[in-house]
Design a protein around this ligand. Structure first.
Ligand code: LLP
Length: 407
């Protein structure tokens, strides 16, 4: 993240020292860099410029309405997975005709909202869902644009909990069902099948699964001879969370798309989440206590798994930085944990970290995606405040919950 750096011993985000906003804001809190969000989005668009895709930001990765507004101003659409996300995207100014609705279990109520709001596509994930859309569309006297989500049976080579494109996963229609359903599509008079969609998983760092996915789609379209206006390739592009700096080879993914488009004249849609906001967010936390216990030295933070679930859910490791550098190293291991009554409430273990003291602050990096959006009120903990920084200006984009709201 280019906008985070030490100046002398102090950590700066954009043009402000982290220490200066620690004075005004109670920890834990999320803070995002607006410049980084805009630059990530622009880079994404530039990378796929020749394809001229519609970029629908995956709102589940970060559904703060102010962040959606920033992306909306840049021209982004949204990929939503619930009625709530759909309404939020509209509130953020994202045009209905740039919204796609994914998800295996859309309810009648949610589908009605989508139909009434005239969004671009409802990406159906089962025959029953498409039938229901057809019935609701008829009742509402509408012709509704839909997509079929295909389960291409491709291994995305990512963490098993965020892999979505294998036959054993609940997502999309199997290749067999996709083909047979396509044959009978004319029976559905109130829907217009305009898109084929896929999304094989998240945090993908290898381009080969994408190449495979495109081959599967190519074959299906050729055989069925159906003309899709849109091919929605989903999201999933991974980011580098550690110092290994592993990167997805966008060039190769792009080449595979270009090859695919030689035979198919469809508009490409992407649904990126993490690649747009992942490295733009930070979770700032205070060290409440440090305790030595047997072989371990626990650094007990005021942030917990309810604020950031990724380590507990996927064993994810987020880089930790001290807000102020100190020359002295601690030669044992620090285990960074939260106050929640679960052993999985643990962020990471680090050896040779600088010596830390109680009441000091640390920064957890790259939590802009699936950080706040996965947070909960477990243990009756109010959700943290969210701040947005742009140059030397900071604003609150979500207030901290109060205990009274939860009781
Ligand atoms: N489209 C669909 C249909 C999706 O299900 C997802 C993410 C995306 C797009 C966006 O994927 P992205 O570009 O962000 O990888 N909570 C997990 C990630 C779950 C992803 C769920 N689907 C994590 O923290 O790693």
């Amino acid at each position: 993240m280019q906008n985070l750096r030490y100046v002398g011993k102090n950590l700066f985000l954009e043009r402000i020292s982290i220490r200066s906003f620690l004075k005004k804001n109670k920890t834990p809190f999320y803070i995002y860099s607006e410049n980084q969000i805009v630059s990530n989005y622009k880079n994404f668009v530039k990378t796929f410029k020749k394809t001229n895709p519609l970029v629908c930001f995956a709102a589940k990765s970060n559904s703060n309405v102010n962040i959606l507004k920033i992306l909306s101003k840049q021209g982004a659409g949204a990929d939503v997975v619930s009625g709530g996300e759909l309404l939020k995207a509209l509130r953020a100014g994202i045009k209905a005709k740039k919204i796609v609705f994914s998800g295996v279990g859309k309810t009648e109520e949610e589908l009605k909202i989508a139909i009434k709001k005239k969004i671009l596509l409802i990406n159906c994930e089962s025959e029953s869902e498409a039938k229901l859309v057809n019935i609701l569309a008829k009742k509402l006297k509408k012709k509704v644009s839909i997509g079929f989500r295909l389960n291409p049976n491709v291994d995305a080579k990512t963490h098993k909990n965020i892999s979505t494109g294998k036959a054993e996963n609940k997502f999309g229609l199997s290749i067999k069902n996709f083909k047979s359903f396509l044959k009978g599509i004319d029976k559905f008079k109130n829907v217009k099948l305009e898109a084929l969609s896929v999304h094989i998983g998240s945090q993908i760092l290898n381009h080969k699964p994408y190449e495979k996915m495109l081959k599967v789609i190519d074959k299906i379209i050729r055989k069925s001879n159906y003309n899709f206006d849109f091919i929605d390739l989903g999201g999933g592009m991974g980011i580098s969370y550690d110092n290994k700096n592993e990167k997805l080879n966008y060039k190769k993914y792009n080449l595979a798309i270009k090859k695919f488009l030689k035979n198919h004249k469809s508009k490409i849609i992407f649904e990126p989440g993490r690649s747009i906001v992942g490295n733009t967010g930070f979770l700032i936390s205070k060290i409440i206590y440090i305790k030595e216990s047997g072989t371990k030295n626990f650094v007990i933070l005021d942030a917990a798994m309810n604020d950031l679930m990724r380590p507990a859910l996927y064993g994810a490791k987020h880089k930790i930085l001290p807000s102020k550098l100190r020359n002295k190293k601690f030669n044992k291991t620090y285990e960074f944990v939260g106050p929640i009554c679960e052993s999985t409430d643990k962020f990471t273990s680090l050896k040779d970290f600088q010596e830390l003291k109680e009441k000091e602050f640390i920064i957890m990096c790259d939590v802009g995606a699936y950080g706040m959006s996965l947070s909960s009120n477990y243990n009756m903990r109010p959700k943290p405040i969210e701040l947005l920084i742009k140059g030397s200006k900071i604003k609150v984009i979500k207030k901290r919950q109060k205990h009274e709201e939860l009781i």
